[in-house]
Write a new protein. Sequence first.
Length: 282
Amino acid sequence: MPLSYADFSYVRDMVVRRSAIVLEDAKAYLVDMRLDNLAREEGMADATEIVAKSRGESRLQVRITEAMTTNETSWFRDSNPFVAFKDVVMPEVIKLRANTRQLFIWCAASSSGQEPYSIAMTLRESFPEVCDQWRVRIMATDLSGPILERARAGVYRHFEVDRGLPKPLLGRYFDAQGQDWSIKPTLRKMVEFKELNLIEPFPAMPSPDIVFIRNVLIYFNANVKRDILSRIHKVMSPNGYLFLGGAETTLGVHGGYSRHAGAGTAFYRPIAGAAEAAMAAF
Ligand SMILES: C[S@@+](CC[C@H](N)C(=O)[O-])C[C@H]1O[C@@H](n2cnc3c(N)ncnc32)[C@H](O)[C@@H]1O
């Protein structure tokens, strides 16, 4: 039985409160389908039953919220941001960090790991001396516990490695594991995965030199986008670099960043001292 409109509204309000993900009315069929699947995993009859039980149980509310995330991703997604990262951003960051020889990259909303492992492969392929001689930290975060478990395991099905991963890199960085492919330990240990909900205060962290936060702001309303961009502005290195998804921009959302075009894509940099003025401007 499809969810009643009252149940759908309850789920929509709970999910936006817990994650900021906006579920449009047009997504009601998707909500139904995902909740039916989740209900079966939980040994319940259908979406209506799991929604009723979740009203008094925060564990189920977390599971429902996780089930509403869209985890679509691929290796070297959109390719050009990785070209800009390799050819424009990294050479600059290497100059900026030559004294400390420390590099900290934050990959937020990292889904099942293809994005942070693509970053790690780019570093290994093009900057081996940085990998070997610098302190390199790639922190990958996501809201969803189950998706982080998949990312940590680093095991991918054939159809997944078929999406954007160049064949030579498959040979160099993966081991065959039955029908699947497992990330080699050298690459796996370059990435640490942590649970982090972008709408909550960020935990203490060093200032990231580079932030990838791609294809997640699209799910949020303008105020939430602005708030997240504002807190990233505060935490990131003043000389840092920000990568957003192809359909995302800081323009018209947060005035504290300058936009730079390069390698067929755009990236952003914080404008010194602009964060609060930028917030006030919108
Ligand atoms: C479409 S995927 C993007 C993955 C990757 N960044 C890419 O571009 O391929 C969106 C990810 O955002 C995560 N997400 C959604 N809401 C979030 C929130 N409030 N905090 C942290 N992560 C969130 C989802 O769990 C999902 O894995």
